[in-house]
Design a protein around this ligand. Structure first.
Ligand SMILES: [Fe+2]
Length: 142
């Protein structure tokens, strides 16, 4: 089986214009989790949209918090590129609400940040154990 497109219409725009628009974030309490992320990152929780409670990011991607009541929530990883001048404020917010941050994704270096790619970064758990990351420089990928 091949995933190569068989026929690509000439009028189709380049694939690089495709953007992530939204994704669903499972939560045991959508209000709590959406407010947690919004509070740490300095964002707004949007109006409920059916079963979803949205938090819109600066690049137009929406995180739709969705309550999962009867199944365990699998931890996912969400990484946020944040302005350098807001990084310290976000770390201070985590400290104020008593959420431990770590320099590494495996959470072995508590209370520390990393300096990857010439920027600063940290990891922390959301209320359901999603592994959140804030970073001021995107990964330098080969
Ligand atoms: Fe990451």
């Amino acid at each position: 089986m091949s995933y190569e497109p068989q026929h690509k219409p000439a009028s189709e725009p380049p694939a690089t214009t495709v953007q992530l628009n939204h994704t669903v974030v499972h939560a045991s309490d959508r209000q709590l989790s959406a407010e947690f992320l919004a509070a740490v990152l300095g964002l707004e929780v949007g109006a409920p949209f059916g079963p979803f409670l949205p938090v819109e990011l600066g690049n137009g991607v929406t995180l739709d918090y969705y309550e999962l009541r009867d199944a365990p929530i699998q931890s996912q990883h969400y990484a946020f590129l944040v302005p350098d001048e807001q990084f310290d404020t976000m770390i201070a917010r985590l400290e104020r609400i008593g959420v431990t941050y770590y320099a590494d994704p495996s959470h072995t270096e508590p209370g520390r940040i990393n300096r990857l790619f010439g920027g600063r970064g940290a990891y922390f758990d959301d209320p359901d154990g999603h592994n959140m990351e804030i970073m001021t420089r995107p990964y330098a990928r080969p």
